[in-house]
Design a protein around this ligand. Structure first.
Ligand code: ATP
Ligand code: MG
Length: 419
C-alpha cells in the first residue's frame, strides 16, 4: 500500500532535529524573561475577520496567502499567518489591559501561509514572536531591538544586519501615501498586476513587492523620512539614540515598509548574507493603532517575529550546547534472572533521572553491545548468571574500554561514573 505523505510545504521536524529546536526555545525563554516578557499561548485558528482587520485587506498575506475555509458550521476561519493579531485579541478578550495596560508577551509556534515552497519558505513555518503592549516611549523600541539582537547572538547568529525605518503615523502617513501615489501614477505600465491594482487602495504595498521590475521603480521612489511629522521625526531620532547607546549598528532604509498594514513609526528587519533570496531572519515594528483597530482602547504596541527555520538554518553547526540525548548507561543482560534485574534496575535509575537503556529481548552479548554502540551509550553494565550470584559486575567505558567492578546492590556507589 502507498504511504500517505505530508502536505506540500508542511515539514516534519524529526527527533534528530528537535534537540536544536528545544535549545533555541530555551535561549529565547531565558532572554525574554530577563527583559520581563511572559509567555502567552493562543490558538492557531481564528475568525478570518481578525486577520483581515489586523493585517489589512490589501496585503499579500490576506489576499493570497491565508489558509481560509468554512468549517462544518459555516463559520469562516483561518489558520493564523502571524501571531500579533491573535495576541491582541487575547489581550482584549481577557481584559489584560484593564488591570495593567503594559503587557510584555511572547509566543512560539507554527504559522501558516500558502506561499510557493522553496528553501527558507514553507507553508507551515514557526515564529518566535514578541509583543510589548502599552509602551509608547522610543526607548522601548531600542530595548526591543536590543533584546532581539541579543537573542539572535545568543544562539550563534553571526553578522546580523539591522535595518530600521520610521513609517510615520496616521497624521503624516496620508501625505506620504499621496506622494507615492503621485510618483507611481506615471509608472503604472511598469508595475506588476498586483501593484497596479493596489495603486488606489494601498500604494505603499509596492515597497514590499518582490517582482524585480517593481523593485527597480521602488528604488527611485521618495523615502518616507522627509514626510514625517515633527513628533514622528523626534520619536525616530530618539529610537536611534537608544540604539547608539547600546552600540547597535544599523542602516536606515527609508524604503522599508514591511508586509503588514498595521505598522506605524518604527519598523525594523534583521537579515544576513548567508540566507540567499529568503534573507530575512526577523522583522517587526511599532503598531500604535492596531489595538484600537481590533476594537480596544488606544494602546500602543511594538513587536517582532523571528523565523525559526531560517534562524536554525543559520546556526546549524554552532549549536554544541544542544542537550545530549544518548543514554548514559546501557545494561546488557544475559539469562532470565539478569534480564529481570536489568529491567528493575534500569527503570529505577530512570526514575532518578538517568538516561538508561536495556534490551528486553533475549539476545546475545554481541547484539546487545552493538545496540549500545548504535545508541551512543557511554557506559555498559554487563550482567549474567555469575554476576547475579556474586552481586558484582563490570561497568565498561565504551570510549576508553576501561572496566570498573561495581556492586549490583549499591548503584549509588558507582552512579557518579555515569556522566
Ligand atoms: P519575507 O519577506 O521573507 O516573505 P515577511 O516579511 O513575510 O518575510 P514576516 O511576516 O515579517 O515575514 O515574518 C517574520 C519572519 O518570519 C520573517 O523574517 C521570516 O524569517 C519568517 N517567515 C515569514 N514567512 C515565512 C515562510 N513562508 N517560511 C519560513 N519563514 C517565514
Ligand atoms: Mg512574506
Amino acid at each position: 500500500m502507498e504511504v500517505v505523505t505530508a502536505v506540500k510545504g508542511f515539514k516534519d521536524i524529526l527527533p534528530e532535529e528537535t534537540g536544536r529546536w528545544q535549545y533555541v526555545e530555551a535561549r529565547a525563554r531565558e532572554v525574554f524573561a530577563a527583559f520581563g516578557c511572559r509567555e502567552i499561548r493562543v490558538p492557531i485558528l481564528e475568525r478570518t475577520d481578525l486577520f483581515a482587520r489586523g493585517i489589512g485587506e490589501a496585503t499579500d498575506i490576506v489576499e493570497k496567502e491565508m489558509y481560509t475555509f468554512r468549517d462544518r458550521g459555516g463559520e469562516c476561519l483561518t489558520l493564523r499567518p502571524e501571531a500579533t493579531a491573535s495576541i491582541i485579541r487575547a489581550y482584549l478578550e481577557h481584559s489584560l489591559h484593564v488591570a495593567d495596560p503594559v503587557a510584555k508577551l511572547y509566543t512560539i509556534g507554527p504559522m501558516f501561509r500558502r506561499e510557493r515552497p522553496q528553501r527558507g519558505r514553507y507553508r507551515q513555518f514557526h515564529q518566535i514572536d514578541v509583543e510589548i503592549l502599552g509602551h509608547e516611549a522610543p526607548c522601548i523600541d531600542g530595548e526591543v531591538i536590543l533584546m532581539l539582537l541579543h537573542f539572535l547572538r545568543s544562539v550563534g547568529l553571526k553578522a546580523p544586519h539591522l535595518e530600521v525605518n520610521s513609517l510615520g503615523c496616521n497624521i503624516c502617513r496620508p501625505g506620504y501615501r499621496a506622494s507615492i501615489q503621485g510618483f507611481l501614477a506615471g509608472r503604472e505600465a511598469d508595475l506588476c498586476g498586483d501593484c497596479r491594482r493596489r495603486l488606489d487602495t494601498n500604494p505603499l504595498r509596492v515597497f514590499d513587492c518582490k517582482v524585480p521590475s517593481c523593485r527597480e521603480i521602488v528604488d527611485q521612489a521618495p523615502g518616507v523620512t522627509d514626510s514625517l511629522c515633527g513628533e514622528c521625526r523626534d520619536h525616530f531620532a530618539a529610537v536611534l539614540v537608544s540604539l547608539d547607546a547600546f552600540d547597535i549598528a544599523y542602516v536606515i532604509n527609508p524604503r522599508m515598509v514591511r508586509g503588514l498594514d498595521y505598522y506605524t513609526r518604527t519598523a525594523f528587519e534583521v537579515t544576513t548574507e548567508f540566507l540567499g533570496a529568503q534573507n530575512a531572519v526577523a522583522g517587526g515594528g511599532r503598531y500604535d493603532g492596531l489595538v484600537r483597530e481590533l476594537g480596544g482602547p488606544d494602546i500602543p504596541g511594538i513587536g517582532f517575529a523571528v523565523g525559526f527555520e531560517r534562524l536554525l538554518a543559520l546556526t546549524a553547526e554552532d549549536l554544541d550546547d544542544v542537550p545530549p540525548f544518548s543514554p548514559e548507561l546501557f545494561i546488557a543482560a544475559l539469562g532470565d534472572p539478569a534480564r529481570q534485574f536489568a529491567y528493575a534496575l534500569g527503570n529505577r535509575l530512570r526514575l532518578q533521572g538517568r538516561r538508561v537503556e536495556m534490551d528486553c529481548r533475549p539476545r546475545g552479548l554481541k547484539g546487545q553491545m552493538k545496540r549500545a554502540d548504535k545508541l551512543g551509550c557511554r557506559r555498559v553494565l554487563i550482567v549474567g548468571d555469575r554476576e547475579m550470584e556474586t552481586r558484582q559486575a563490570e561497568l565498561r567505558d565504551m570510549t576508553t574500554g576501561e572496566q570498573v567492578r561495581v556492586s549490583l546492590d549499591d548503584p549509588s556507589s558507582w552512579e557518579y561514573l555515569l556522566v
